[in-house]
Design a protein around this ligand. Structure first.
Ligand code: NDP
Ligand code: OXD
Length: 310
C-alpha cells in the first residue's frame, strides 16, 4: 500500500515518514514534492494539503488528516464524495486548548493584563476581587476540544455553558443545543470561547450582531478558525465597548499580514495558531491505528461527516 505524506507546513517530513513507516507495517510512504509527478498513492496522510493533491493522485481511497479541522481539506478540487476523510481526535490537543482558554480567561477575569500595565508604572494597586458569577463563560462547540475546555473551566468554578448542534451533557456545564438556542446562550455569556469547526453553517458566526448579544464587558477567545470571525467587525466592537478585549489564535489569512491592524491593538492578544498542537508521538500512534483499522475493515472513529463539514 502506497501512502503519500502531503503537508505544506511540516518542516521535517522525513522524520514524520520514518516514524509512520515504523508504526504502519508494510507501508511505503512517499513525501509530496511540488514538482514531482503522480506516485500512484492509495492513501494520503496530510496537513495543510497542497491544492492539487487529489488532482495529481486520483487513486487516493482514504485521507488521514494530521489535525482536527478539515475545512482546508474538504475544499480541495478532485476530492471524491466517496473518499472517507478521517481526522485526528485529541492527540494531546484538548488539554492544551483548555490551558489556552484558562490563560485567556484568567488574564481578563483576574485583571492580570492590568497588573502587567501597572508594573510598568511601578504602581501597587490591588484590583477588585474576582466574583466568579460575573464571569459566565460560553463555549461554542462541545466536541473533543470544547468539552475539555468547558470541563476545565467548570472545575475552576466559573459558570460555564456549552453550545453545540446536538447538546452535550457534562457535569456543571449548562447545555444549549441548536441554532434556536444561540440567542439565549449568548445573552448569558460574558467570555465567549469559540472551538467550532469551520463549515458553511459556522462561517462568519462571530459578527457584530451575535457578539452584540453578549453580556456587557464581553471578551472573545477564538481558537476555532479565522473564518468564524467577521474580522472587520472586531475593532468597531472594541471601540464601542461591546467587547473589552479579544484573544485570537486563528485568522482568515495566516500568517496574519504584518500590516494588519490587529497587531497594533493593545486590546487584542495574538498567537500564531498554536493554541493546541497535535503531539507527534500521539499523532503517529493514532493515525497508524486508524490506518490499520481501515485496512482491516474494522470500525474506526474520527470519520468526517462530509455533508456536515466536520
Ligand atoms: P469536533 O468535531 O469534536 O467538535 C465540533 C463541535 O462543534 C461539536 O460539538 C459540534 O456539535 C459543534 N458544531 C459543529 N457545527 C455546529 C453548528 N452548525 N452549530 C452548533 N454546533 C456545531 O471537533 P474538535 O473539537 O476536535 O475541533 C474543533 C475545531 O477546533 C477544529 O475543527 C479546528 O477548527 C479547531 N482547532 C484549532 C486548533 C488550534 O490550534 N487553534 C487545534 C485543534 C482544533 P455536535 O456535538 O452536535 O456534533
Ligand atoms: C487543527 C489545528 O485543526 O491545529 O488540528 O488547527
Amino acid at each position: 500500500m502506497k501512502i503519500i505524506f502531503a503537508s505544506s507546513t511540516t518542516s521535517d517530513p522525513d522524520s514524520w515518514i520514518r516514524l509512520l513507516e515504523e508504526a504502519i507495517p508494510g507501508a511505503e510512504i512517499v513525501n509530496w514534492f511540488d514538482d514531482s509527478g503522480t506516485v500512484g498513492a492509495d492513501l494520503a496522510i496530510t496537513w495543510s494539503p497542497p491544492h492539487d493533491l487529489f488532482l495529481r493522485e486520483p487513486g487516493i481511497q482514504a485521507v488521514f488528516n494530521l489535525g482536527a479541522g478539515v475545512d482546508a481539506l474538504l475544499k480541495l478540487p478532485g476530492l471524491r464524495d466517496n473518499v472517507p476523510v478521517i481526522r485526528l481526535e485529541d492527540a494531546g490537543m484538548a488539554v492544551q486548548m483548555a490551558e489556552y482558554a484558562v490563560y485567556a480567561l484568567v488574564r481578563a477575569s483576574r485583571s492580570f493584563d492590568r497588573y502587567q500595565q501597572l508594573q510598568g508604572e511601578r504602581r501597587w494597586e490591588p484590583q477588585q476581587d474576582i466574583r466568579r458569577r460575573n464571569w459566565p463563560v460560553g463555549v461554542l462547540g462541545m466536541g473533543v476540544m470544547g468539552a475539555r475546555v468547558a470541563q476545565v473551566l467548570a472545575a475552576l468554578e466559573y459558570p460555564v455553558a456549552g453550545w453545540s448542534r446536538s447538546g452535550k451533557a457534562l457535569p456543571d456545564v449548562q447545555s444549549f443545543a441548536g441554532s434556536d438556542t444561540l440567542p439565549a446562550f449568548l445573552a448569558r455569556t460574558r467570555v465567549l470561547i469559540n472551538t467550532l469547526p469551520l463549515t458553511p453553517e459556522t462561517r462568519g458566526l462571530l459578527n457584530r450582531e451575535t457578539l452584540g448579544q453578549l453580556l456587557p464587558g464581553a471578551y472573545l477567545v477564538n481558537v476555532g478558525r479565522g473564518g468564524h470571525l467577521v474580522e472587520d467587525d472586531l475593532i468597531p466592537l472594541l471601540d464601542s465597548g461591546v467587547l473589552s478585549g479579544a484573544t485570537l489564535d486563528v485568522f482568515s489569512q495566516e500568517p496574519l499580514p504584518t500590516g494588519h491592524p490587529f497587531w497594533a491593538d493593545p486590546r487584542i492578544t495574538i498567537t500564531p495558531h498554536v493554541a493546541a498542537a497535535s503531539l507527534r508521538e500521539e499523532t503517529v500512534a493514532q493515525v497508524a491505528e486508524k490506518i490499520r483499522r481501515y485496512r482491516a475493515g474494522e470500525a474506526l472513529t474520527g470519520i468526517v461527516a462530509r455533508e456536515r463539514g466536520y
